[in-house]
Design a binder for this molecule. Structure first.
Ligand code: CP
Length: 330
C-alpha cells in the first residue's frame, strides 16, 4: 500500500467521487450552473461572465485515465480550458511508467506529489485506488470507476433530460419513465443513474437478458423481460453499451450479438412503438447492430450527441465546484 504520509499540503476543496452523498437540491444546483455556462456559451461564446474572468485564478488539473475514454476525458479537458484552467494529462500505456510495472496507487501518489489543483481519474476495479483517492489532499473527480460509479455521466444524462428535452421542466423528472436497456450488471452508468434520476423523481425500469440484471437493484426498480412491452411504458429509452471488454470472448461472438439485438436491440420496428415525444439516450460508445441499429442515431428523438455536448457544461460546473474553496466560486 503506497504511503500518504509525505503530503504536507493542506486539504482544499472537496472530492466528487460519487453522487450518493448529493441531495436533489445539490444536483439541481450543479445542473443550473451548467445551464448558465451553456446559455453564456450560446449567446456570448464564453463560459464565464467578464467579472468572473477578471477574478479567475487559473489552476492546473491533472487527468489520469487508466481506462480508455473519448467523451469523458475530452469533455473534462475542454471544460477546464473553457474555464481558463490548464490541463496536464498522462498518456495511458507506453507513455507512462505504468508500462514499467508501477502500480495505479503509486502513479496517483506521484502525480499528487506534483500538487495539481485537482485530479480527474478513471479506473477499472481497484480496491487500492478506492482507498487512496479519498485521502488525497486535493480534490479528486471520479471519471468512471469499475462497475461502481460514473457520477458525471449520470449528471449529464439528468441535464439532458431536464434542459434538452421538450423544455417543459427544469426542476424535476416526475412523470418520466426511464427505461435502461442492456448490460446493467456491468454498468457504472446505470448505477449512478439509479441514484441521480430517482432523486429527481423519475420512475426507472430495466430490461435485458436475465444474466445482465443484477440482484441488488434498488427496490423500486421495475424489471421487464419483454422489450416491446417495456418500450410502451417508457418516456425515455437509455441504451447501454454491451461491455465487450468485461466479458469472456466466447460469450460474445457475432451469433450471440445478433441474438441480443433481436431481443434487446432498438431497431426500426421498435422505434415505431416508442412514444413520439420520447427521448433516446446512450452514454457511448455505441455498438451498432447490438444495442442500436444504425438508424437510431438519426432519429429525431435521439439526444446521443447532445449528451456529449452537454457533458462539457456539466463537467465545467463540477470542476468549478471542486476547485472553489468553501463552496465559493473562484
Ligand atoms: N460515456 C463515456 O464514459 O464515454 P467514454 O468512455 O468515451 O468516456
Amino acid at each position: 500500500m503506497p504511503s500518504l504520509q509525505n503530503f504536507t499540503r493542506s486539504r482544499s476543496g472537496s472530492h466528487f467521487l460519487d453522487t450518493v452523498a448529493l441531495s436533489s437540491r445539490e444536483i439541481l444546483s450543479i445542473l443550473k450552473r451548467a445551464h448558465e455556462f451553456e446559455q453564456r456559451w450560446r449567446s456570448q461564446g464564453t463560459f464565464l461572465a467578464a467579472d468572473e474572468t477578471a477574478r479567475l485564478h487559473s489552476k492546473v488539473v491533472s487527468c489520469l485515465f487508466f481506462e480508455p475514454s473519448t467523451r469523458t476525458r475530452m469533455s473534462f479537458q475542454t471544460a477546464a480550458y473553457r474555464l481558463g484552467h490548464q490541463v496536464s494529462a498522462m498518456e495511458l500505456s507506453s507513455g507512462s511508467s505504468l508500462s514499467k510495472g508501477e502500480t495505479y496507487g503509486d502513479t496517483v501518489l506521484n502525480i499528487a506529489a506534483m500538487e495539481p489543483d485537482a485530479i480527474i481519474v478513471r479506473y477499472g476495479h481497484s480496491p487500492e485506488l478506492d482507498e487512496v483517492l479519498p485521502q488525497l489532499p486535493m480534490p479528486v473527480i471520479n471519471a468512471g470507476s469499475g462497475t461502481r460509479a460514473h457520477p458525471s455521466q449520470a449528471l449529464l444524462d439528468a441535464y439532458t433530460l431536464l434542459y434538452d428535452g421538450v423544455g417543459h421542466r427544469v426542476d424535476a423528472l416526475e412523470g418520466e419513465n426511464v427505461l435502461i436497456v442492456g448490460d446493467i450488471a456491468h454498468s457504472r452508468v446505470a448505477r449512478s443513474n439509479f441514484d441521480v434520476l430517482a432523486k429527481l423523481g423519475a420512475d426507472i425500469a430495466v430490461c435485458g437478458p436475465s444474466h445482465f440484471i443484477p440482484k441488488d437493484l434498488p427496490a423500486e426498480t421495475k424489471v421487464f423481460s419483454d422489450l416491446d412491452e417495456a418500450i410502451e411504458w417508457a418516456t425515455v429509452y437509455m441504451g447501454l453499451r454491451i461491455q465487450l471488454e468485461r466479458h469472456a470472448s466466447a460469450e460474445l461472438n457475432r451469433e450471440a450479438m445478433d441474438e441480443y439485438h433481436r431481443h434487446f436491440g432498438l431497431n426500426h420496428d421498435r422505434l415505431k412503438i416508442l412514444a413520439k415525444d420520447a427521448m433516446i439516450l446512450h452514454p457511448g460508445p455505441i455498438n451498432y447492430g447490438v444495442e442500436f441499429s444504425a438508424e437510431v442515431i438519426q432519429d429525431s428523438r435521439s439526444r446521443v450527441l447532445r449528451q456529449v455536448g452537454n457533458g462539457v457544461f456539466v463537467r465545467a460546473a463540477l470542476l468549478e465546484r471542486v476547485l472553489s474553496e468553501n463552496g465559493k466560486r473562484q
